[in-house]
Design a protein around this ligand. Structure first.
Ligand code: 1JT
Length: 271
C-alpha cells in the first residue's frame, strides 16, 4: 500500500529555480536511461546552463540529440581514462566559470561482475579503479580552477562499496575507493569553497545494469525489502543532485547521501 501523502515525483508546478545563474558540467550521459540524463533534466528544470560530455565518437550522436532536448549550451568529447582528453576539455572550457560538476561514470569488465571476486585479474581491478574512481580525482584537479566562486562536485556510488552485494565484486571495491576519494577531495578543495559529495543510489535499470546477470531479481528483492517498498527512480536521485549543487547544500561536503528508498538501513526483514 502506498501512502497518498508521499508523492512519487516532485511537484514541478512551483519551480523555485534552485540553479538559476549556475553552469553545470555533466559527464556520463550515454543515453536516455543514464542517471546523468535524469540529472541533466532536473538541472535544466531548475534553470542551470548545461555543458555535457560524451565518451568518443560512438556516443556523440546520441548525446547531441539528448543535449538538444536539454537545451545544452555545449557538448564536448571527453574519455576520462585519457589524460590528453581531459587536457583538451580544460582548454575547451578555458573561458567558462563552472558551478557544478556531475561525474556519473563507471566501468568494469563484464566477467568481473559475475565470476567469484577472488578471480578478479590485476588488469580488471586496475581498469575499474581507473575509470570509476581515479577519473573523479583527475577531473576535479583539472576543473577546480574553473570553479572561481566555489562550487559543487558530485559523483554516483552504490551500496556495494560498504556491504557485500553479490556479483557487484570489483565495482564494490572501486566504489569504496571512489567514496574515499570524495572525502579526500572534500578536504583538499574545501578551502576553495568547493564541496564534494556522492549520492549512493538504489539499483536502477540503466544500460550498464542491463548486462548484469539476474538484475531484474535484484530490483524485485530490493523493492520488497526497502522501507518505501519500491525501487529508486532516477528522477529522485536527480532531485538530490539539485539540492547538492544548489545553495541549499552549502553546508554539505564529503558526504555520501543514500537515495535508495531506505534500503540501506535494513538488517533483516521477517516478512
Ligand atoms: C557498472 C555496472 C557500475 C553496473 C552498475 C554500476 N553501478 C551500479 N550498477 C548496477 C548494479 C550492478 C550489480 C548489482 C547492483 C547494481 C556495469 C558495468 C560497468 C560499471 O549487483 C546486485 C552487479
Amino acid at each position: 500500500m502506498r501512502c497518498a501523502a508521499l508523492p512519487l515525483r516532485y511537484n514541478t508546478q512551483f519551480m523555485p529555480n534552485l540553479l538559476q545563474g549556475k553552469t553545470a558540467l555533466i559527464l556520463g550521459i550515454a543515453n536516455k536511461w543514464s542517471i546523468a540524463y535524469a540529472i541533466g533534466q532536473a538541472y535544466r528544470r531548475e534553470g542551470a546552463r548545461l555543458i555535457l560530455t560524451y565518451q568518443g565518437e560512438r556516443q556523440k550522436a546520441t548525446v547531441e540529440e539528448l543535449g538538444a532536448e536539454l537545451n545544452a549550451s555545449r557538448i564536448l568529447n571527453c574519455d576520462v581514462s585519457k589524460d590528453e582528453e581531459i587536457t583538451t576539455l580544460v582548454s575547451d572550457l578555458q573561458s567558462e566559470k563552472l558551478d557544478a560538476i556531475v561525474h556519473s561514470i563507471a566501468f568494469a569488465n563484464r566477467e568481473d561482475l559475475s565470476r567469484p571476486f577472488v578471480e578478479t585479474s590485476r588488469d580488471g581491478f586496475k581498469l575499474a579503479q581507473d575509470v570509476s574512481a581515479y577519473s573523479l580525482v583527475a577531473v576535479s584537479r583539472a576543473l577546480a580552477p574553473r570553479m572561481t566562486s566555489g562550487g559543487a562536485i558530485l559523483t554516483l556510488s552504490y551500496l556495494g562499496s560498504v556491504r557485500v552485494v553479490e556479483n557487484y565484486n570489483v565495482m564494490g571495491v572501486a566504489k569504496a575507493s571512489l567514496e574515499a576519494c570524495v572525502r579526500y577531495l572534500a578536504h583538499g578543495l574545501g578551502p576553495n569553497g568547493i564541496r564534494v559529495n556522492a549520492i549512493s543510489a538504489g539499483p536502477i535499470k540503466t544500460t550498464s545494469a542491463r548486462g548484469v546477470k539476474d538484475f531484474s531479481k535484484v530490483l524485485d528483492g530490493v523493492a520488497a525489502m526497502a522501507p518505501l517498498r519500491r525501487n529508486t527512480d532516477p528522477a529522485e536521485v536527480a532531485d538530490t543532485a539539485v539540492f547538492l549543487a544548489s545553495d541549499l547544500g552549502r553546508g554539505v561536503t564529503g558526504n555520501i547521501i543514500y537515495v535508495d528508498a531506505g534500503f540501506q538501513i535494513m538488517g533483516l526483514s521477517a516478512s
